[in-house]
Write a protein that binds this ligand. Structure first.
Ligand SMILES: [Zn+2]
Length: 102
């Protein structure tokens, strides 16, 4: 999967289209990631003791990677990602500025 935890991504479809955020968690097997402040869902929680306040909790739900574009850490543009090899080491490569990154 071309998007990893810690990446900054742009949302290109859905109700959060145009938003950017950091990837908080990745689920490579499902091709989904959780992006901060994107695809927020509300959950109604019952109060469970003094530590668990209850009420309505907002949390980001996983988004399919096809709805996202990586923002290149170097040129700061939304880009497609390619791969590059340096010997045995595989890097991701920005298709706009050719920057290589892990
Ligand atoms: Zn770039």
């Amino acid at each position: 999967m071309k998007i990893k935890k810690g990446d900054t991504v742009l949302v290109i479809s859905g109700k959060d289209k145009g938003k950017t955020g950091k990837v908080l968690k990745a689920f490579p097997r499902e091709f989904r990631v959780i992006v901060e402040n994107v695809n927020l869902r509300k959950k109604h929680m019952r109060r469970r003791g003094p530590q668990h306040q209850g009420g309505i909790i907002e949390f980001p739900a996983p988004v399919h990677v096809s709805n996202l574009k990586l923002i290149c850490p170097k040129c700061k543009n939304p880009t497609r990602v390619g791969y590059a090899f340096e010997g045995e080491v595989k890097f991701r490569r920005c298709k706009r500025c050719n920057a290589k990154f892990k």
